[in-house]
Write a protein that binds this ligand. Structure first.
Ligand code: CA
Length: 237
């Protein structure tokens, strides 16, 4: 029998914790829930789950501390559960090494999609280090990383070097959010000014080239105040 994927839920709101546990179990995951940060850290170290769902607002510890502690020794995927209008906290969580976040209230489909993406990425990181990157394919867009070619409906799209760097990084992490700071550091280096303006200018140009309607993007979505997320790759996992 295949080993079930185990998920640890750290959330002090009982109704949300119970909803997530029940949902995950009904979809074939093993799920454990705890209500405090201390118990959560204990479980991360003893139970070593395949993925953690972490509420940042806990009664005893700051959720951010849990991310920091865990990242000292583990790359297990951590998805932050946050309330609306906490952009700064989300950004901080992602910069400390959280893989993604989901905003309350959320539905089952969204929760499951985020979990699948985070687990897939984690597996890819471990399995495919050093292997050539497979092309990104979603809807009418294809990116061939080896040839550095971007095709929309089979037609080559000309991107500048910087635009290509941004798009390829988003595509290689498709489905996952990348913060402004992640992107700026990757594209312009660790000493770049962390001013988002140049990134936004580039993104506007990218969208003009890739999107039919830049007001309703199909490929690259804005996560307001946090960063960007690219449509998940349809290629085989
Ligand atoms: Ca809470």
């Amino acid at each position: 029998m295949q080993q079930k994927i185990s998920i640890l839920i750290i959330e002090d709101e009982k109704s949300i914790r119970d909803f997530m546990k029940k949902t995950l179990e009904s979809y074939g995951y093993r799920a454990e829930g705890v209500a405090t940060g201390t118990e959560g850290l204990g479980m991360i170290n003893s139970y070593v789950p395949d993925l953690v769902l972490l509420d940042l607002g806990l009664p005893d510890l700051d959720g951010l501390e849990i991310i920091e502690e865990t990242r000292k020794w583990s790359s297990m995927p951590i998805i932050v559960i946050s309330a609306r209008n906490q952009e700064n906290e989300k950004v901080e969580a992602l910069d400390l090494g959280a893989d993604d976040y989901i905003t309350k209230p959320f539905g089952t489909d969204e929760l499951l999609a985020r979990i699948r993406t985070a687990i897939r990425h984690n597996n890819l990181i471990h399995k495919e280090k050093g292997k050539a990157d497979k092309p990104y394919i979603a809807k009418s867009l294809k990116i061939d990383f080896e040839k550095r070619l971007v095709l929309l409906n089979g037609e080559e799209i000309h991107l500048t070097r910087v635009e290509y760097k941004i798009v390829s990084m988003l595509a290689k992490n498709s489905g996952k959010i990348l913060t402004y700071a992640n992107l700026i550091e990757e594209v312009w280096g660790p000493h770049a000014d962390d001013n988002n303006r140049i990134l936004r200018v580039n993104m506007a140009n990218i969208r003009r080239k890739l999107e039919q309607n830049t007001g309703e993007p199909e490929y690259i979505f804005t996560e307001l105040g946090v960063g960007y997320r690219m449509l998940e790759d349809e290629g085989e996992n």
